[in-house]
Design a protein around this ligand. Structure first.
Ligand SMILES: [Ca+2]
Ligand SMILES: [Ca+2]
Length: 171
């Protein structure tokens, strides 16, 4: 198991959200991909002066729940009340495989431990550290869906509360 996933935790806010009928501990999907984990608050300081730090330490994890390769191109990770829903780049994710979807820049690849890494290419942090006032916070939407802050086209939601520094949450 990757060290980044070992420290899975649920905040008290996430636990309270679990009481809602549309949300729970177990990740779910109505499509080929599922959001399984999220790290909204990158380890350490997010900014230093005008510099954004450790952008790739902010990420979410997706899983291919099918028995065939799925191309991630066009899937829209939409976030409530902002415009950070840039569609995912083209990347062939094998059957059953998981991928870190990093906020910053890099070359999409599979690492030596078998984990896949996909980069969104933002120059700033885009996942709110404090998700308490929004529900849902992150929705993976099927390819072709607009980035319009609605749940239309959503296949897998993920929520969190006030995210602790460097903590990965199960969706
Ligand atoms: Ca963040
Ligand atoms: Ca931080």
């Amino acid at each position: 198991m990757n060290r980044a996933i070992r420290a899975v935790a649920l905040s008290t806010a996430a636990l309270s959200l679990a009481a809602l009928p549309t949300n729970g501990h177990a990740a779910s999907t109505t499509g080929a991909l599922m959001v399984t984990h999220v790290r909204p608050n990158t380890s350490g300081a997010d900014v230093s002066g005008s510099r954004q730090l450790n952008l790739n330490g902010e990420y979410f994890v997706i899983k291919n729940v099918t028995t065939r390769t799925v191309n991630t191109g066009g899937y829209v990770p939409d976030i409530s009340t902002n415009s950070y829903g840039r569609a995912l780049p083209s990347y062939n994710l094998p059957a059953g495989a998981k991928a870190y979807v990093h906020t910053g820049s890099g070359t999409n690849h599979r690492d030596s431990s078998g984990w896949h890494h996909i980069y969104r290419g933002y120059a700033r942090h885009v996942l709110p550290n404090d998700g308490r006032s929004r529900n849902p916070d992150l929705r993976l939407k099927k390819p072709g869906s607009p980035d319009n802050n609605t749940s239309t086209g959503s296949i897998s939601p993920c929520n969190w509360g006030n995210a602790a520094d460097g903590t990965t949450y199960a969706c």
